[in-house]
Design a protein around this ligand. Structure first.
Ligand code: FEO
Ligand code: CA
Ligand code: CA
Length: 638
């Protein structure tokens, strides 16, 4: 999502800092940075500027990239390489049950119709195959474009019911029929977890005083999940929906109400983001219910193949604006989750399970996210190649100064106020950590740092200064970068790591400093604001963008948001797909035989931009899950 952080800036502006704006001087020159990718790319890294196409030789240990790059475009369409085609699988408002009704272009539906239909603004997703031609999809429906779903505003109780039902997670069966992936209406798997669905609170914060509300004095059962951004998936077959900008749905009917410091640290205040839920549902009114906001901002574990299961909020993994969760089983058997907190100047986290993964014992594995050690990343200074060392610092009550003297009574409070614990230990403020992805074939992990106009200019929401440096080298970072870390000894549970920058996005047609980007960026593959990030099983890295699509000024030549494919060994990045007008491309999953890649097109036509995707004519733009295939039936990207 590209819009919500702007709301926070408007509602709760932070003063510009003085004193380190001149840190600009520390930004590395591009010439210095060439060393980094040269080191990564070794001898075979050849970037032929001015040449589109599959000409760059892949390294012997790299998966192939056997497609011709597509050019940047501002077309209101999905643009793919020659030999590829796409189809829409499901659009916002398409019914998942036969008692639903077709999407109404004029009204954009009612509360009742939306409760029967696929939600809005699809984001993270995962396909759980039941055969080569069928499976169950779990898809986050992150948020709604208010002016599209309710053109006259969200005013009535039914408007609120509709918009709540457009949020959350949709789970549904899809199957190949007549050569197309189609939803299986009325499948036993079809479920919707809206902003009012039953959730179980698990982990250290379960039953804590801060989790108790008038409606749930036990502090163990909450209602709903909303603003789920990226996702994770586990080796034990569950789906992880990640609650991100949960704060924007809380407001106060009493304008004189004073939010707490803890609420402010998370952006919860008297003004919501114009969803108006708090006017119709008292649990979103912070003047009436102070603790409901403590029950959002978690990783939610869902079993998509068990239609009777209740989602579990995993508080052990911390409360913050979760982007996604990359799950790895470390060599020593512990389950590891890497997670970003997507806000300017917030932190990168790691969770290590207390217990070990047991092959074939998923009943036990399903408790792995219940208990473990939460840590936060502290990056060391960058060397001349923009690389360095770092360490994970435990956020455990009683350690590292996280105790009663710092305001933490228990581990429950550490989890609920993870950001404040990160402040205490001096975690590194990051340029908006979005998705994390772990290489399936190597002990290395990547995270998109999408952009940060406040870097070197404003503190984070906790008042922590954000000087340029380390993996966040540019003041007022416009374009974003992808940081990569290699755990010490290849052990994902180790405290130490080495890091470098896999790519620094930029515009080499305009700049010759670090804003030109790293040496694997050229006029034919340039992009901004990397966000979605996924590895396929062969080790291709797929980078999706959610950035400036003006195609003008600093962003000239970049076109609409897009998806690129990267060879992590050579550093080569090649544009694979461009999305329609004003969309973000987000979410990726594959069919069992890997001949279909499912991707999400989110918020086409946001901010009143002229998109009519996917149906054309004068239709309302609708976010949708898209299936991409090769006309020859081959593996995607190969
Ligand atoms: Fe929902 Fe951080 O993007
Ligand atoms: Ca984003
Ligand atoms: Ca995102």
């Amino acid at each position: 999502m590209s819009e919500f952080d702007e709301f926070d800036e408007i509602n709760y502006p932070r003063p510009y800092e003085t004193g380190f704006g001149d840190i600009l001087d520390r930004a590395m020159s591009r010439r210095n940075f060439l060393g980094a990718t040269a080191r990564v790319g070794a001898a075979s890294f050849v970037m032929s500027t001015g040449l589109l196409g599959a000409s760059t030789a892949a390294r012997a240990d790299s998966p192939s990239m056997g497609f011709e790059a597509v050019k940047a475009t501002s077309a209101d369409a999905i643009t793919l390489p020659a030999g590829y085609e796409s189809q829409v699988v499901v659009r916002w408002g398409d019914p998942l049950w036969s008692k639903g009704v077709d999407f109404d272009q004029a009204t954009r539906g009612t509360g009742e119709s939306q409760e029967m239909a696929f939600g809005d603004n699809c984001d993270g997703m995962m396909f759980y195959p039941t055969s080569d031609t069928s499976g169950v999809m779990a898809v986050n429906n992150e948020y709604s474009n208010r002016n599209i779903i309710c053109p006259d505003g969200i005013n009535t109780a039914d408007d609120v019911r509709k918009v709540k039902a457009a949020h959350g997670v949709s789970v549904f069966e899809v199957a190949m029929k007549d050569g197309q992936w189609q939803t299986v209406v009325d499948s036993k798997y079809n479920r919707k977890f809206t902003a009012d669905a039953d959730m179980e609170i698990t982990g250290p914060a379960r039953g804590d005083a801060l989790m108790k509300t008038a409606a749930d004095p036990s502090g163990t059962k909450s209602l709903g999940t909303w603003n789920n951004c990226g996702n994770g998936t586990t080796p034990w077959g569950t789906y992880l929906a990640c609650e991100e900008n949960f704060n924007g749905y809380f407001g106060s009917t009493d304008e004189a109400h004073e939010p707490t410091a803890m609420q402010k640290r998370y952006g919860v205040g008297n003004k919501d983001w114009k969803y108006n839920w708090y006017k119709h549902d008292a649990r979103f009114d912070i003047s009436k219910e102070a603790n409901e906001c403590n029950r959002a901002g978690y990783i939610v574990e869902i079993d998509p193949l068990d239609p009777s299961s209740t989602p579990k909020k995993r508080t052990a993994l911390g409360r913050f604006k979760h982007e996604n969760a990359a799950i790895v089983i470390a060599d020593n058997g512990h389950a590891v989750a890497y997670m970003g907190d997507d806000e300017r100047g917030e932190y990168l986290y790691r969770f290590v399970s207390k217990n070990k993964y047991e092959e074939g014992n998923d009943a036990a594995n399903r408790n792995l996210l219940e208990e473990g050690t939460l840590s936060v990343a502290k990056f060391g200074e960058a060397d001349a190649n923009l690389a360095g060392k770092g360490e994970w610092i435990e956020l455990t009550h009683g350690k590292n100064g996280i105790d009663a003297s710092a305001g933490f009574a228990s581990q429950a409070e550490v989890c609920i106020h993870a950001r404040l614990a990160g402040d205490v230990v001096g975690a590194t403020t990051m340029d908006r950590p979005e998705w994390v992805a772990a290489n399936p074939n190597k002990a290395e992990v990547y995270c998109t740092l999408t952009n940060n106009k406040n870097r070197g200019k404003k503190p984070n929401r906790g008042g922590v200064e954000t000087p340029a440096g380390g993996p966040n080298p540019r003041v007022g970072n416009l374009y974003g970068q992808v940081v990569r870390w290699m755990p010490a000894g290849g052990d994902h549970t180790a405290a130490g790591f080495d890091w470098d920058l896999f790519v620094v996005a930029g515009n080499p047609t305009l700049h010759d400093d670090l804003n030109a980007g790293s040496s694997n960026i050229n006029e034919n593959n340039m992009f901004n604001s990397p966000d979605g990030l996924s590895f396929d099983v062969d080790g291709r890295l797929w980078i999706q963008t959610d950035g400036n699509y003006s195609n003008e000024e600093e962003f000239a030549g970049m076109g609409n948001n897009q998806m690129l494919c990267a060879d992590t060994a050579s550093g080569e990045i090649r544009r694979f797909m461009v999305g329609p007008i004003a969309c973000e491309v987000t979410g990726a999953s594959w069919s069992k035989d890997r001949t279909t890649m499912f991707i999400g097109i989110q918020h086409p036509g946001e901010k009143d931009k002229p998109s009519h995707w996917p149906d054309g004519g004068d239709t309302v733009p609708r976010s949708a899950v898209v299936a991409v295939r090769r006309t020859d039936g081959g593996i995607i990207g190969a």
